[in-house]
Write a protein of this length. Structure first.
Length: 137
């Protein structure tokens, strides 16, 4: 796949993840949009929402801002654990299996973003400086 297509796919997946997890982070942090009921229904204390909201927003920021590669890798890992734990919590707390659709789709989009980012960043690191800037040697 050409680098341009990968870059477009990267941004589609990343924007999807950022909108979903950013919204969830704000809802948890500010206790809006029924978030306390959802977290309470999973058996977690309400104060856990502050942690979830803060870490979601930190992860989203690391996906959008120019950060070191290692930090972005950790953000992808942390968000992956977050979504996997959400799926597990929903299933373990007796919720209908249909409730795992949203976190599963978000997890798939996150993994798509990660794979595209890895390929695009690997492609960029193989380019010479003149190719990166578009100038001819």
């Amino acid at each position: 796949m050409r680098s341009t297509k990968r870059l477009v796919l990267y941004w589609i997946f990343t924007v999807m993840v950022v909108l979903i997890l950013g919204t969830a982070g704000i809802a948890c942090l500010f206790r809006i949009d029924g978030a306390p009921k959802v977290i309470g229904g999973l058996g977690y204390p309400e104060y856990f929402m502050t942690f979830l909201g803060f870490t979601n927003l930190l992860g989203v920021a690391a996906l959008l801002l120019p950060v070191p590669k290692r930090l972005r890798e950790w953000a992808y890992a942390g968000l992956t654990f977050n979504l996997a734990a959400a799926i597990f919590s929903l299933l373990s707390s007796g919720h209908p299996a249909v409730h795992i659709i949203d976190p599963t789709i978000t997890l798939i989009a996150l993994q798509g973003s990660y794979l595209c980012w890895r390929r695009v960043s690997a492609h960029d690191s193989n380019l010479s400086d003149s190719e990166k800037t578009g100038s001819a040697v």
